[in-house]
Design a binder for this molecule. Structure first.
Ligand code: 13P
Length: 255
């Protein structure tokens, strides 16, 4: 059965003690989750061991990372490898977030290497895609996002693709307060699922979780998540406040 997921991407926010407090507050108010309704918290690398410790023994809430290097070890100053993340307790990893594509020059070929490396050690990737405003204004978003998915995922085996979730994050909606409408989100998510199905078949596509990201808040989450192909969200700003994040988790649980 397809999983509904709310994942918090803390980005470069929260030091160790702030992160500890946020995790504690989130856990204190967490609604009842299940195997198919789960939560992922993705703090900065430095917080991962502590976050994973706080989540150990907590059912259906997992620690994630925001990035990973594509080699397991070696002379890569400043990088963190898949095996390091796994040893620290991360189970999920964001790959291809638009901020990393833009500010760190992460291109398709590199993302393929990251996907392969993460999957090879059993980390579950959340592969991010989404178009900039110019592309949406030119009505080319469907081709653009399909090309991102083809470039990043189509080389995977059936076993590997079934470990992957996709997050659709229109760049024009990230941190801007401007969300995609529920109809725009559903339309794109259906397109993403059809793109996955065109290569991997409808059984795999129907099992895949496709998350929406971009100014998701407690006030709009229920409407966005109501889309048949919207399987929860990847949350930035609202993941930094326990009450807002929990409001979004509750919307996912209620779906
Ligand atoms: P916001 O929720 O702050 O718009 O960020 C979305 C995002 O980029 C999550 O990865």
């Amino acid at each position: 059965m397809r999983k509904q997921i709310v994942a918090g991407n803390w980005k470069m926010n929260k030091n160790l003690s702030e992160g500890q407090a946020l995790v504690a507050d989130v856990l204190a108010g967490m609604p009842l989750l299940s195997e198919n309704k789960i939560v992922v918290l993705a703090p900065a690398f430095l917080n991962i061991p502590e976050t994973a410790k706080q989540l150990s023994g907590v059912a259906h809430v997992f620690c994630g990372a925001q990035n990973v290097h594509h080699e397991m070890n070696g002379a890569y100053t400043g990088e963190v490898s898949p095996t390091m993340l796994q040893a620290a307790g991360a189970e999920y990893v964001l790959i291809g977030h638009s901020e990393r594509r833009e500010y760190n020059g992460e291109h398709d070929a590199l993302l393929v290497k990251k996907m392969n490396a993460a999957l090879s050690v059993g980390l579950k990737p959340i592969f991010c895609c989404g178009e900039a405003l110019e592309i949406r204004d030119a009505n080319q978003q469907n081709d653009f996002v399909a090309a991102q998915i083809q470039a990043g995922l189509f080389h995977l085996s059936a076993a590997d693709i079934s470990q992957v979730a996709i997050a659709y994050e229109p760049i024009w909606a990230i941190g801007t307060g401007r969300t995609a409408s529920a109809a725009q989100a559903q339309e794109m998510h259906a397109h993403i699922r059809a793109t996955v199905a065109s290569h991997f078949g409808s059984e795999i596509a129907n099992e895949m979780s496709i998350l929406y990201g971009g100014s998701c808040k407690p006030g709009n989450a229920a409407e966005i998540f109501a889309g048949a192909d919207v399987d929860g969200g990847l949350i930035g700003g609202a993941a930094l406040k326990a009450d807002e994040f929990l409001g979004i988790v509750s919307a996912m649980v209620a779906k």
